[in-house]
Ligand binder design. Structure first.
Ligand SMILES: COCCCC[C@@](O)(c1ccccc1-c1ccccc1)[C@@H]1CCCN(C(=O)[C@H]2C[C@@H](N)[C@@H](O)C2)C1
Length: 315
């Protein structure tokens, strides 16, 4: 994959098909961080050098040290973000962020406190929101908007490949300004975003085999690169799982995989069905969230120029 107009593909790490992240740098000299490129949010945050030593989740990750960067600009405005699980609190700072080889002067949040759950399980340091500006907290210009305003991209799009095979290296790839033909086959099918300002589309329905089971009148689906699983309204997901014979246990839905024929002893392997029930309250919900396991099957192009999302078969 060659260099395109200053943008180089960012290889992603795949941790157990549930966490995908890539490397960025912040500051001069560059301080390196692993971040989730998250189309479901629009802010950049990384752990701060100033976080409390008692914040285990902060202390066990790379931390930004403003005092070591000659391009640091103080801001100090408060910041807090709440996820479906977990929250981050801190303050804003400004420095040079380099993503895919492109430098951008960026306002980001230094996380002074990270909730232990789930961040002690995070193999990455922070989150780089790839969402639209209108979902950005504190009205901060998102990283990709800062890059678009430099007019260095061939196309105002970014594309994400998530590998499904933990042995495959790299575990995924982010391309700014285009797509990588190495990772998809065939043509893209495009869907307009539902309302400009979110990476969500009108889903036509959810069917099992030939039978349409849910969302027959259409429903909202967020294409969320920062979610591990596919989530849907609890009632729909439980009916869907029942239909495929999945059992719910404390860590999610399970089905018996085919017994492994080659092993001398019969081994019943239990597979995790990567669907989760999540009732998003109105007005945002009810909705489906198509996360990493969906993106792993369909190479996804996020098109800011035409406010649409393209899907091609991932190879
Ligand atoms: C593909 O890689 C996915 C990264 C893992 C996401 C995640 O599984 C996770 C696991 C372990 C530790 C931390 C986090 C995690 C937590 C917050 C932000 C980013 C990652 C999230 C767990 C909580 C629910 N969830 C979201 O709300 C997500 C929804 C999404 N839009 C984000 O804003 C938060 C997904």
């Amino acid at each position: 994959t060659d260099d395109k107009n200053g943008t180089v593909p960012t290889p992603l790490t795949n941790y157990l098909d549930t966490q995908y992240f890539g490397e960025i740098s912040i500051g001069s000299p560059p301080q390196l961080f692993n971040v989730v490129f998250d189309t479901g949010s629009a802010n950049l945050w990384v752990p701060s050098q100033s976080c409390s030593p008692f914040s285990t989740a902060c202390f066990t990750h790379n931390r930004y040290d403003a005092s070591q960067s000659r391009t640091y600009v103080e801001n100090g405005t408060g910041f807090s973000i709440q996820y479906a699980a977990g929250n981050v609190r801190g303050f804003l700072s400004e420095d040079v962020v380099v993503v895919g080889g492109i430098p951008v002067v960026q306002v980001f949040a230094e996380a002074a406190s990270l909730s232990a759950m789930p961040f002690i399980f995070a193999k990455f340091d922070g989150v780089l929101g790839m969402g639209y500006p209108n979902v950005a907290i504190d009205g901060i210009t998102p990283v990709f908007d800062g890059i678009m305003s430099q007019h260095v991209l061939t196309e105002e799009v970014f594309s994400i490949y998530y590998s499904r095979d933990p042995k495959h290296s790299p575990g995924g790839e982010l391309v700014l300004g285009g797509t990588d033909p190495d990772y998809y086959s065939g043509n893209f099918n495009y869907m307009d975003t539902k309302e400009t300002g979110k990476w969500e589309v009108n889903m036509k329905g959810v069917s099992v085999g030939m039978e349409m089971m849910f969302c027959a009148e259409g429903c909202t689906a967020v294409i969320d690169s920062g979610s591990s699983y596919i989530t849907g309204p609890a009632s729909s997901v439980s009916a869907l799982m029942k239909n495929i014979g999945a059992q719910l246990d404390e860590s999610g839905y399970k089905v018996n995989c085919n017994t492994v024929k080659t092993l001398p002893s019969i081994e019943v392997d239990v597979c995790t069905v990567t669907f989760r029930a999540l009732d998003v309250p109105p007005p945002t919900g009810p909705m489906w969230i198509l996360g990493a396991n969906f993106i792993a099957r369909y190479y996804t192009e996020f098109d800011r120029r035409n406010n649409r999302i393209g899907f091609a078969t991932a190879v």
